[in-house]
Design a binder for this molecule. Structure first.
Ligand code: SF4
Length: 148
């Protein structure tokens, strides 16, 4: 059918807890206001102290910067230690994986991301409406950005 996204019949994903998306390579875990509030509460810190302790600003190409969690010198997420230390409070970006706009942009983008995630394409079938509800959640809860 024309104008159907490649995931119209759903996509399979089950996390195999390999931790590859949380560690080993440099990357960003971008945060929304809600993410910071929930995480700060989880680690019993104030909002600004949390940002100062656990976050970094990542410059964009447009004279702005986006807020991300820090990573360790080994490129693990600051909250990874034999598993996610804040799993119940983990950011939307982590909860929504692999249903990110960039990964759902095309079947090639999905295939490319699948190459480094053994859980993609297997396990639980997520229907189109569930997939799109993750996309909407990310649009509704944007990443914190500031001008630099
Ligand atoms: S917050 Fe937790 S789930 Fe998200 S990248 Fe860090 S360790 Fe992984």
């Amino acid at each position: 059918m024309p104008n159907q996204p490649f995931y119209a019949q759903g996509l399979r994903f089950s996390c195999v807890r390999c931790s590859v998306c949380c560690r080993y390579e440099s990357g960003f875990v971008f945060l929304s206001e809600k993410d910071v509030l929930v995480l700060a509460k989880a680690v019993q810190m104030g909002y600004n102290d949390f940002i100062e302790t656990y976050c970094r600003w990542v410059p964009t190409a447009f004279g702005a910067a986006r807020l991300s969690l820090k990573e360790t010198p080994e490129y693990d997420c600051i909250f990874w230690k034999a598993g996610c230390l804040v799993y119940q409070a983990r950011p939307l970006q982590c909860r929504a994986f692999p249903f990110w706009k960039s990964i759902l942009a095309s079947s090639n983008a999905w295939k490319s991301a699948s190459a480094s995630c053994p859980g993609m394409g297997k396990g639980t079938l997520f229907m189109r409406d569930e997939i799109e509800s993750w996309l909407h959640a990310q649009t509704a809860d944007p990443v914190i950005t500031k001008k630099i």
